[in-house]
Design a protein around this ligand. Structure first.
Ligand SMILES: Nc1ncnc2c1ncn2[C@@H]1O[C@H](COP(=O)(O)OP(=O)(O)OP(=O)(O)O)[C@@H](O)[C@H]1O
Ligand SMILES: O=c1ccn([C@@H]2O[C@H](COP(=O)(O)O)[C@@H](O)[C@H]2O)c(=O)[nH]1
Length: 241
């Protein structure tokens, strides 16, 4: 790793897709991914970047898959939000093992396991270079953790949302469905909306646009990519004005 490189951001929010955490059985949590992502996060914290993380739950439960088996949609979303806390607990523990100071906050009360969301405290901890993991999404059903990521980025005054996902960036169509889809390197908010590129749910995306939070969509499975992005290397797809 090139330690002479300079950071281009002071405070970032990383959205970690739950799916990226899944193991080879397509469920649960992948041990190797956890350790690797903790290493990647440590590298950027050591650059002096203030980091918060919004963690998804798709490796464990998504509301939509539970409604498909007959669970009421509000209850299904509650289960999905709880799944994000499970992932958050795992990430907090691995960061601790890697000697990265971190703090897990849940959007709803889970006494005994982690603290509840407190914006003042989150800002103070971030200023002291402590990584904040935001679990529990927005705390409300009918949303996703993409909305939580944009919301927390606005609240914590983060300069960018780094959306780590399992594709290389934003494509002209879902690359998992259309193999000849082309990847964009740079897009405006308007282009994403006009072209109906479904990389994030609409409510999340509108928040980012209205509060002028740029988004970088990148492949979370590529080791070291986070470091490249925060030191100014163009990777994935950058969305802004
Ligand atoms: N235009 C597009 N460009 C890139 N990916 C797209 C596009 N449209 C749909 N996708 C799909 O979006 C997915 C990204 O999902 P994402 O990482 O946000 O998961 P998530 O559902 O938010 O998180 P979780 O796994 O926690 O539920 C990719 O796997 C890709 O198949
Ligand atoms: O604010 C929120 C965030 C999430 N949910 C539910 O949790 C699951 C998992 O989140 P992902 O963003 O898919 O990783 C999601 O499918 C919702 O069911 C929520 O209700 N509110």
């Amino acid at each position: 790793m090139c330690i002479y490189k300079k950071k281009v951001y002071n405070r970032v929010l990383i959205k970690l897709s739950g799916e990226s955490l899944q193991n080879e059985k397509k469920t649960g949590i992948n041990q190797f991914f956890l350790y690797r992502i903790a290493k990647d996060i440590k590298e950027i914290v050591q650059l002096g970047i203030q980091v918060s993380i919004v963690i998804g739950g798709g490796n464990l439960f998504r509301g939509s898959s539970l409604t498909n088996i007959g669970v009421n949609h509000i209850v299904a979303d509650h289960i999905g939000m709880l799944a994000t806390i499970i992932n958050g607990l795992a990430i907090r523990d691995i960061l601790f093992q890697k000697k990265v100071q971190s703090y897990l906050m849940s959007s709803f009360s889970i006494k005994g396991m982690c603290s509840s969301f407190n914006l003042d405290k989150a800002r103070k901890l971030l200023s002291s270079n402590i990584v904040i993991i935001f679990g529990g999404g927005t705390g409300n059903p009918c949303f996703t953790t993409d909305s939580a990521a944009c919301l927390r980025a606005i609240e914590t005054k983060s300069e960018i949302v780094l959306k780590g996902t399992n594709v290389n960036g934003v494509y002209s169509a879902d690359p998992k469905k259309k193999l000849n889809a082309i990847m964009y390197h740079k897009l405006s908010y308007k282009e994403v909306l006009d072209k109906e590129l479904k990389i994030m749910d609409l409510s999340a995306f509108i928040l980012a646009r209205d509060y002028k939070i740029p988004i970088c969509v990148f492949n979370i499975n590529t080791p070291g990519l986070l470091y490249k992005i925060v030191t100014g290397v163009q990777e994935g797809t950058f969305i802004g004005y």
